[in-house]
Design a protein around this ligand. Structure first.
Ligand code: EPZ
Length: 425
C-alpha cells in the first residue's frame, strides 16, 4: 500500500491552484444521463472518485472521454444501454447512487445497488427513496438493490425532506427536471455544489428556481439537451489548504477559490488569528494575523453552516493552537476517526459523544498514522506538516479519492513530502 512521508517545519509560501470541486463534478457527471447527446464538463478534477463514477456510467452505456491534462470531460448519453448500476461498482463510490434519479426520470426504471455505509456512518438513502416515491416511482429493495419503476414517467409533486441531505436534494433535483408538472423541494440542501448542478441543468434546458435556498421549484420539461458547463472550484480543498497555510505560519494564495463559498470558515479562522482575504475575485490570500493561533469552538451544520467536510482539518489546527477548542459534529455519527491518530502524534483531545475538546500542545511529534476516510486522512497530512520529525500517513488511497495531486500542490509551496510504498525503507 502507498504512504506519504512528511517532514514537518516548513512554512508554506506561494500559490496553489484550486481544482474543480469533487462534490460538484460527481453529480454533474450523473446529470449527463438525463439528456441524449453530449455534456461537456471542464475543470473536472483527476480523482479516484471521478474514475470510479466513469466506470458506473460506462456500465450504463454513457461514454466519458476525459483528458486529465485539460480537465475536460465529454460525456455521451445518446443511448442508455443498461439501467443497472452493479454492486461491485457502486460499493467503491457511494455517490454512484446519484444515477438513480436520472435513470428513473429518463428511462422509467433503475436497478441501483444500495451504496451501503462507510467509515463515517451508516449513510442511509431513505430520503432519496421517499422523495422518488413522492414523484410517483414504485420503489422496492431486492437482493441489496434499489429497484425503481416509473413506466408512465415521474409526476411533479411537493417533496418534504425530513432532514437536510445534499445527495437526496441532488437526486430529486435531477429527477424532477423530466417529471410531468411542477415539483417543489422543501428543506432542500443549499450547498454551492447544488447551485452548480442546477445551473448546469438549466443550461441543458431545465426550468429551475430557488437554487441555494431551502425551497427549490422545478417545472418539468419533456427533454433536455446537450450543454457545456465548467465545474466550480473545490471549497473544501481550498479550506484544507487555507488551514495548512495557517498551521505552518505561511503565506499562500489559493488561486481559483471563491471566498463566498467559505464564509463559515472565514469567521472561526479569524477568531483563531488567521486572515483569509479575497483577491481579484477568484483567489484567497491566507496568512496569520497574529504570532500564535488561538483555540476556537465550531459545530458542523448543513450549508451555510460550518462544513462537516472541514471538521477534521480544523481539529488539526486546534491541536497546535494556544488554549482549547470544542469541535461538535452534528451531521455524521462517526466522524472522529482522525482523533486516535492525532493523539498518536501527541495531540491532547478528549471525545464526549459528538463533541471533542482539543487542548493545544506546543509541538506534535511525527509518527506512523493510518488514513481512514478522506477528510480524516488529510487532517493527518496537515498535522505532519507541523510535527517534529517525519510522519508516515499509510493507506493514502483514501486521500487520492478527493485531493488532486496533493503532493505536487503542497510540495510546490515548500512542504517536504514524498509518496512511497509500504515496503520501502
Ligand atoms: C455529501 O454526502 C458529500 N458527498 C459529503 O462529502 C458531505 O460530507 C455531505 O454531503 C454533507 O455535506 C458528495 O457530495 C459526493 P447528506 P451525502 O445526504 O449527500 C443523513 C466528502 O468528504 N441522510 O447531506 O451522502 C446522512 O446519514 C464527502 O467529500 C439520511 O439520513 O450527505 C447524514 O447524517 C463525505 N438519509 C446526513 O443525512 C438519506 O437518505 C447528511 O447526509 C440521506 C442522508
Amino acid at each position: 500500500m502507498d504512504k506519504l512521508c512528511i517532514t514537518g517545519g516548513q512554512p508554506l509560501k506561494g500559490t496553489i491552484t484550486i481544482s474543480g470541486a469533487k462534490n460538484a463534478a460527481l453529480p454533474l457527471m450523473c446529470a449527463a444521463i438525463l439528456a441524449p447527446g453530449t455534456l461537456t464538463l471542464t475543470r473536472v478534477p483527476d480523482l479516484r472518485d471521478v474514475a470510479s463514477l466513469r466506470g458506473v456510467l460506462g456500465a450504463l452505456g454513457v461514454t466519458t472521454d476525459y483528458d486529465p491534462a485539460s480537465k475536460k470531460m465529454v460525456l455521451d448519453a445518446a443511448t442508455i444501454s443498461s439501467t443497472v448500476a452493479p454492486y461491485e461498482l457502486v460499493r467503491k463510490m457511494r455517490a454512484s447512487v446519484l444515477v438513480l434519479g436520472p435513470l428513473a426520470a429518463r428511462m422509467g426504471e433503475a436497478r441501483v445497488s444500495l451504496p451501503g455505509g462507510c467509515a463515517i456512518g451508516a449513510r442511509p438513502v431513505d430520503l432519496h427513496l421517499e422523495g422518488l416515491k413522492q414523484l410517483g416511482a414504485e420503489i422496492d429493495i431486492d437482493e441489496g438493490y434499489i429497484v425503481a419503476k416509473a413506466p408512465q414517467g415521474l409526476k411533479g409533486n411537493d417533496v418534504h425532506f425530513a432532514k437536510v441531505s445534499v445527495g437526496a436534494t441532488e437526486n430529486l433535483l435531477m429527477a424532477a427536471t423530466l417529471a410531468k408538472g411542477t415539483t417543489v423541494l422543501h428543506n432542500a440542501a443549499r450547498e454551492p455544489e447544488i447551485i452548480d448542478l442546477g445551473n448546469c441543468l438549466i443550461a441543458m434546458g431545465a426550468k429551475i428556481s430557488g437554487l441555494g435556498t431551502a425551497r427549490i421549484v422545478i417545472e418539468g420539461v419533456t427533454e433536455l439537451k446537450a450543454a457545456h458547463h465548467s465545474v466550480i472550484g473545490d471549497r473544501i480543498e481550498a479550506g484544507t489548504f487555507a488551514i495548512a497555510a495557517a498551521m505552518t505560519d505561511g503565506d499562500v494564495l489559493l488561486d481559483g477559490a471563491n471566498i463566498d463559498h467559505l464564509t463559515a470558515l472565514v469567521h472561526p479562522l479569524h477568531l483563531a488569528g488567521v486572515d483569509m482575504i479575497a483577491e481579484n475575485g477568484s483567489a484567497i490570500r491566507v496568512r496569520r494575523a497574529r504570532k500564535t493561533l488561538r483555540g476556537v469552538d465550531v459545530m458542523t451544520e448543513p450549508y451555510p453552516g460550518f462544513p462537516t467536510d472541514m471538521q477534521a482539518q480544523l481539529m488539526a489546527l486546534l491541536t497546535v493552537a494556544e488554549g482549547a477548542g470544542m469541535v461538535s459534529e452534528t451531521v455524521f455519527e462517526n466522524r472522529f476517526m482522525h482523533v486516535p491518530e492525532l493523539i498518536r502524534m501527541g495531540a491532547n483531545i478528549t471525545v464526549h459523544g459528538h463533541s471533542a475538546l482539543v487542548r493545544g500542545v506546543k509541538r506534535l511529534k511525527g509518527a506512523h498514522v493510518m488514513a481512514t476516510d478522506l477528510r480524516a486522512s488529510v487532517s493527518l497530512v496537515l498535522a505532519g506538516l507541523v510535527a517534529e520529525g517525519e510522519t508516515q500517513v499509510h493507506r493514502i488511497y483514501h486521500l487520492e479519492r478527493g485531493y488532486e495531486d496533493i503532493v505536487g500542490k503542497l510540495g510546490g509551496v515548500g512542504a517536504h513530502l514524498r509518496r512511497t510504498t509500504d515496503d520501502d525503507a
